[in-house]
Design a protein around this ligand. Structure first.
Ligand code: UDP
Length: 330
């Protein structure tokens, strides 16, 4: 019997990366994580996956890793992901996201690694006019973060055109939330500003108040609507993407969400219900660049990968996030 395929996961010590590593472990893949630990957590990389601390900018280290191990695919998560920071430090985002992704693709080609899965984002669509958002909706990123990801997508697509043996899957994530339902890993960055995490930290008294950014959106309750996808369902989509490429399928792009959205107030109500605790809120103006609604059309993902989400239920998402936060010391 041939050994299980070996996968390189960049950024595998981060939130979505570590859940994907867990799913890969469980599916029997051999996994090596390459992460500079700038925001990732070594303890989030669960064995038997191995962790090598290193930066994608260290091309000599990356080159010797790829020369030593025979990877059949790369799943590339490592990136800077904070939108306001991308506006104040755009060059850092273009360097860390776009230029380092280019270097990784070059290294993959040099070592003849044939399959590449790229973490992209709904931010490539900006403020879409039509909902739900399909993969062929107009691309109009409205901040450097979204542009750094879209440029990376284009570079990847051009590389695939030029080197026919090289194929990719681009996954565009909508709002990722929740934690491993067995409580082994979760979102471990205390400063993370994501709504469900911030709301759970507020009911637990670790944050004074939850700010509601904008109550005058053209939505039924005036607050922003997002498509929240459980991180474990998203992790599974990566495993299916690997299988898709291993079956010689063409390169492709998929939106990752459930196809329905919840408002900020609905999320607040769910967090209060699950925790049984009151949540202090404070209404603030809209954040710059926040669209009113962002909801994925996940039909292509479901149909092509036969993806069957297990946690498409806002209470399950909030429950796993809340349980994870509760067991944290801060
Ligand atoms: N939001 C909020 N308070 C917070 C964090 C987020 O009202 O403390 C809102 C935000 O304006 C958006 C939604 O919650 O409508 C999801 O925001 P998040 O930052 O989680 O993800 P984004 O959609 O910005 O990627």
């Amino acid at each position: 019997m041939s050994p299980a395929p070996k996968i390189l996961v960049t950024g595998g010590a981060g939130y979505i990366g570590s859940h994907t590593v867990l799913a890969l472990n469980e599916a029997g893949y051999r996994v090596v994580v390459y992460d500079n630990l700038s925001s990732g957590h070594p303890e989030a990389v669960l064995p038997p996956a191995k962790l090598l601390a290193g930066d994608l900018g260290d091309s000599a280290k990356l080159d010797s890793l790829l020369a030593e191990e025979q990877f059949s695919a790369i799943i590339h998560f490592a990136a800077s992901i904070v939108v306001p920071e991308s506006i104040s430090h755009p060059l850092h985002y273009y360097h860390n996201n776009t230029i380092k992704t280019t270097g990784l693709i070059q290294a993959a080609l040099k070592h003849q690694i044939r399959h590449f899965i790229f973490s992209s984002t709904a931010a490539v669509y900006g403020s879409p006019e039509h909902l739900p958002v399909s993969e062929n909706a107009p691309l109009n990123p409205i901040n450097p973060y979204g542009r750094s990801k879209l440029m990376s997508e284009w570079i990847l697509r051009d590389a695939t055109q030029a080197y026919p043996y090289f194929r990719h899957v681009i996954l565009r994530y909508f709002n990722v939330a929740g934690a491993d339902p067995r409580g082994r890993i979760g979102q471990s960055t205390p400063e993370a500003t994501h709504l469900i995490k911030a709301a759970c930290r507020t009911v637990l008294g670790r944050k004074e108040k939850l700010e509601i950014f904008g109550t005058d959106y053209p939505t039924p309750d005036g607050t922003g609507i997002r498509d929240y996808i459980h991180v474990t369902d998203l992790a599974k989509a990566h495993v299916l993407a690997l299988e898709h490429l291993a079956a010689d399928s063409d390169s492709d792009i998929f939106n990752c969400g459930y196809g329905h959205g919840y408002s900020v107030r609905e999320i607040i109500a769910a967090v209060q219900k699950i925790s049984g605790l009151p949540l202090q809120t404070h209404t603030s103006p809209r954040r710059t660049g926040d669209p009113a609604q962002l909801v994925a059309d996940p039909e292509k993902l479901r149909r092509t990968f036969n993806w069957k989400p297990q946690f498409d239920d806002i209470e399950k998402i909030v429950k796993s996030a809340y349980q994870w936060e509760k067991q944290r010391p801060y």
